[in-house]
Write a protein that binds this ligand. Structure first.
Ligand code: ZN
Length: 159
């Protein structure tokens, strides 16, 4: 394992041990349940919007380290972003975890880059994307539940 991969691994373990924004939210505008039946990951996501800005986001989840750390990193990354910026970031994140980012682009993803190694483990892609699917559903005002059940690699959509 390279030094960089070791660092990424440490980021994931840290966010799994001490997930950020891991709490219920009073007065949230949106509350979404998400699940990944393949792995047994379940998440509840709360989002507070201020106009078209993600003013606050929090979650609670049970499941594997990848799903929990991804949710933690996601909440840390999108707070204060507009809905459009959030959706664009989701697209780039999804490209990263499915191995579609160009060389050198992963390093520009900030702390989210820690999850780039998931691209080598297709079964983990759904774990890493669960929180993001819930987030997208939340900011787009969609249904109250999302599931990765019908999402299977290879994933070509932005959906
Ligand atoms: Zn999982």
């Amino acid at each position: 394992m390279s030094n960089l991969e070791a660092l990424y691994q440490e980021v994931i373990l840290d966010h799994n041990r001490k997930p950020r924004n891991f709490r219920e939210m009073e007065n949230a505008d949106r509350r979404i349940e998400g699940r990944n039946p393949l792995c047994g990951d379940e998440i509840t996501l709360w989002v507070k919007l201020d106009g078209d800005t993600v003013a606050d986001v929090s979650f609670k989840s049970t499941g594997c380290a990848v799903s929990k750390s991804s949710a933690s990193l996601m909440t840390s990354s999108v707070k204060g972003k507009t809905v459009d910026e959030t959706l664009a970031l989701f697209d780039r994140f999804h490209q990263m975890i499915t191995g579609k980012l160009a060389d050198g682009e992963r390093e520009k993803m900030g702390s989210l880059a820690a999850l780039g190694g998931v691209a080598r483990f297709p079964i983990r892609v759904k774990c890493a994307s669960l929180a993001w699917h819930a987030l997208r559903s939340a900011v787009q005002g969609g249904g109250q539940e999302v599931s990765t059940e019908h999402e299977g690699p290879p994933q070509t959509e932005g959906a």
